[in-house]
Design a protein around this ligand. Structure first.
Ligand code: GAR
Length: 190
């Protein structure tokens, strides 16, 4: 049997996508470390509850963004991760992380539409009838890397940003676990 894919998961918020990975039964991947850019997040609590090592690496703790980037790359490497998952991590990753690690990101819109920090709000404001979520490789741009998978979600007439985001996240959690299982099964990306 091949060893499980060792994941380093980066979070900034509640961490329900992380939870889906922690709960995936018989998955061919395992979360070996969870990192955040700020303390006191639900994502860190979820990891701690499972006894998974965590770290906090805030941009404000460094003299420059480049120093922060190098520190983040090192913290992930210390845990010997095969793949980094940006799961609600609200910072743009820098060249040191991207040189040292392959990174996949999950985004709550159908890229290339509505990139950035407000994908759900922007899609709703535009009046689209269908939106969804995207899992993609991370490159130097903002939500621009090659798309791995997408799932569609209909916008209902009475949707708010919150109600739409909850339905997107239901699909997103399934998509992310499916994508990672697929990457574990086909190591050609390594
Ligand atoms: C997810 O919907 C993720 O796509 C989004 O943050 C949410 C995190 O939810 N990320 C972005 O918007 C990045 N641009 P979670 O903390 O419950 O997993």
């Amino acid at each position: 049997m091949t060893a499980a894919l060792r994941l380093g998961v980066l979070v900034s918020g509640s961490g329900t996508n992380l939870q889906a990975l922690l709960d995936a039964a018989d998955a061919p991947f395992t979360v070996v470390v969870v990192g955040a850019d700020r303390d006191g997040t639900g994502g860190l609590e979820r990891a701690t509850a499972r006894g998974i090592p965590t770290f906090v690496c805030p941009v404000a703790g460094f003299d420059s963004r480049a120093d922060w980037d190098r520190a983040l790359a090192r913290l992930l490497a210390e845990h010997d991760v095969d793949l980094v998952v940006s799961a609600g991590f609200m910072k743009v990753l820098g060249p040191a992380v991207l040189a040292a690690h392959r990174v996949v990101n999950t985004h709550p819109a159908l890229l290339p539409s509505f990139p950035g920090a407000h994908g759900v709000r922007d899609a709703l404001a535009h009046g689209v009838r269908v939106t969804g979520c995207t899992c993609h490789w991370v490159d130097a741009g903002v939500d621009t890397g090659p798309i791995i998978d997408q799932r569609a979600v209909r916008v209902e007439p009475d949707d708010t940003v919150e109600s739409l985001h909850e339905r997107i996240k239901t699909e997103e959690r399934r998509m992310l676990a499916d994508v990672l299982a697929g990457l574990a099964a086909d190591p050609s990306w390594r």
